[in-house]
Write a protein that binds this ligand. Structure first.
Ligand code: ZN
Length: 245
């Protein structure tokens, strides 16, 4: 699956020096295609999240029949995932999904870590926002790619969550919408104001759903994107503000 995934080096490396790999696939059939950034494995111990992204990459329609422009990062936290015992955090002990520069990060992220998690080392937000090469690269990539939708895959809560200005999905396969909260420094809190961020929480961190369910989630997701995420031209034509970052 990995070899079939057409991954290339992004040029960025993790804290420990692993390359961060991506797949870029523009649409050649649709000029003004919706740009989707799909991310797996921001938490290294959620193995199913990366496996799901690898599985979905096998089902991507070819660029001449796909209406979407994909930018796919199956393993954002290779340090955590490739550790002898997979870890949520990167090699510097930082929870990358708490390291994004949300408003008042310096106060809120530290306060949350101390008072709400009891200084849980699995949830350490870092010493400063974007202190880590992985989160720094992703933040730059969002500015460069200008996605109209960001999808981040996690586990094991078995729900969908959504931050953004359009109607949220109700259900993909057996996964239903159930907000899991907003955390200082998270990708959803960072990008959700300008770009919709869809969080998919698979039901188990160690095991993928059955193939049929994986396909239902994928197809429901594609349908929801098509019906709900306008391309930049459509937004401009509707007289609304495009999602400039
Ligand atoms: Zn997670």
């Amino acid at each position: 699956m990995c070899q079939n995934s057409q991954l290339v080096q992004s040029g960025a490396r993790s804290r420990q020096g692993f390359p961060i790999l991506t797949r870029q696939q523009a649409s050649t059939s649709k000029k003004d295609s919706v740009r989707v950034l799909l991310i797996g494995g921001i938490h290294g111990d959620e193995l199913s999240a990366s496996s799901a992204v690898f599985q979905w990459m096998q089902w991507l329609p070819p660029s001449d029949s796909s209406p979407l422009h994909w930018n796919i990062v199956p393993v954002l936290n290779p340090d955590g995932m490739l550790a002898a015992k997979p870890r949520r955090v990167n090699a510097n002990g930082v929870d990358l999904n708490r390291n994004f520069p949300t408003p008042r990060w310096n106060v809120e992220a530290q306060r949350y870590w101390v008072s709400k998690t009891g200084r849980d080392p699995r949830r350490f937000p870092g010493s400063s926002p974007l202190s880590e090469p992985e989160s720094r690269w992703l933040s730059e990539e969002i500015k460069r790619f200008k996605p109209q939708l960001i999808i981040s895959v996690h586990a094991p809560f078995g729900v969908l969550d959504f931050d953004g200005p359009v109607d949220p999905p109700v259900r993909f396969g057996a996964l239903r919408l159930a907000p899991i909260g907003v955390y200082p420094g998270s990708l959803g809190a960072y990008s959700g104001n300008q770009v919709p961020v869809l969080t998919i929480e698979l039901p188990s961190a160690g095991r993928l759903p059955e193939q049929a369910e994986m396909r239902r989630i994928w197809q429901d997701m594609l349908k929801w994107i098509e019906q709900n995420i306008p391309s930049s031209n459509q937004v401009a034509m509707a007289g609304a503000k495009p999602n400039a970052h």
